[in-house]
Write a protein that binds this ligand. Structure first.
Ligand code: GLU
Length: 360
């Protein structure tokens, strides 16, 4: 239930974003997140942003960015601001924003809210093993938290490799998830978290907080798997004096047996569904119901009627069941809606591929 105390921005002030890491093709889970962000923004006459979170250079690939963008466009989920279309708060690719992150990292370091940590991987691993052996949740011991300025300078000048850690205050972080209500996290056992590998290599939580602020994001709508990141992001916002956006964590998508969605469906990219003959209208209609339900009997919704009907109040907390039969039913419906001419056109690539027709 949407709690009363939340006042949404006035129409036109809503700014949502879909922020994929281009480390793989667009799957159903990501596409559903994009769709809900898009529907919420459009319903509130707001702006929908595509932000590419490609700070993990080794795992990010241009082919994935291309797949994500093409799949979204094919689905009809168009963004108002993004790497290709620009906008007032660009660039929209994190790898092009490194100077912005460096500025905020330097600020945290200067205010002693973050510090350089010189612990080696081996040291950290040994510490982890020890903590586990005495029944503690692994967390950073704080060894480098109080090094003197001179010591830090000496180690840096000696070329010792370091990461940047954020001093996590020990406290209870509370926030209202627009779907889940009040949530509380105790950070006392968290330990200081790494926010950057160095000034030019920020990690996800930090870059995300900076961008959500700089891009004036009003609601962060993302998958449930990010709930544990939210308290970290809120603490970073507090340290940087940023206001917090509102948070919305969408339910997990589960397989028909109520366990985690199997590879059979989740690992299949949107482009694969396209190849298999699913129509974008069917997928959009199907994905909208993965966690949202308008109530009533009606099952067929075009993207424009979804915009009219969509509300976060009707997004459920519990897992959303992926039922392929429903997708097939919707696809059948949309196929039958097409004219013979349009259907012929849609079938041609398949007939050519199967060798029944020659390419002209
Ligand atoms: N880059 C993150 C992901 O792909 C974004 C999470 C978020 O929306 O904050 O999961």
């Amino acid at each position: 239930m949407l709690s009363e105390e939340f006042k949404f921005q006035k129409p036109g002030e809503v700014r949502t974003r879909f922020a994929p890491a281009p480390t793989g093709v667009l799957h159903i889970g990501g596409a559903r997140t994009a769709l809900f962000n898009y529907l919420f923004a459009k319903k509130n006459e707001g702006v929908f942003i595509l932000r590419i979170e490609d700070t993990d250079i080794e795992r990010s690939g241009q082919e994935y960015e291309k797949d994500i963008m093409e799949s979204l466009k094919w689905l009809g989920i168009e963004w108002d601001e993004g790497p290709d279309v620009g906008g007032d708060y660009g660039p929209y690719r994190q790898s092009e924003r490194l100077n912005i992150y460096a500025k905020y990292l330097e600020k945290l370091l200067a205010e002693d809210k973050a510090y350089y940590c010189f612990c080696s991987e081996e040291e950290l691993e040994a510490q982890r093993q020890y903590q586990l052996s005495i029944g503690e949740a692994p967390h950073y011991s704080g060894k480098c938290a109080n090094l003197s300025k001179e010591e830090v300078q000496r180690l840096r000048e000696a070329g010792k490799s370091a990461v940047i850690r954020f001093r996590v205050p020990s406290k209870k972080v509370r926030f209202n998830d627009l779907i889940r209500g009040k949530l509380e996290f105790d950070t006392s056992l968290m330990g200081d978290i790494v926010i950057a590998k160095d000034l030019t290599i920020p990690l996800y939580n930090f870059a995300c907080v900076v961008d959500d602020f700089e891009m004036k994001i009003s609601q962060v709508i993302r998958g449930e798997e990010h709930i544990s990141n939210t308290p970290k992001q809120i603490l970073l916002q507090e340290a940087l004096n940023f206001p917090s956006p509102q948070y919305v964590h969408l339910p997990m998508i589960l397989g028909p047996d109520r366990t985690k969605l199997s590879k059979r469906y989740e690992a299949v990219g949107i482009s694969e569904y396209k190849k298999e003959g699913y129509l974008p209208e069917a997928l959009v209609n199907f994905m909208a119901f993965l966690g949202w339900n308008p109530g009533g009997e009606r099952e067929i919704y075009s993207i424009s009627s979804l915009i009219k009907e969509f509300s976060l109040e009707r997004v459920q907390k519990g897992g959303a069941i992926f039922n392929i039969k429903r997708l097939d039913f919707l696809n059948g419906f949309y196929i039958r809606q097409r004219s013979v001419e349009k259907l012929t056109e849609l079938c041609l690539p398949y007939l050519i591929e199967a060798g029944f027709l020659e390419k002209i």
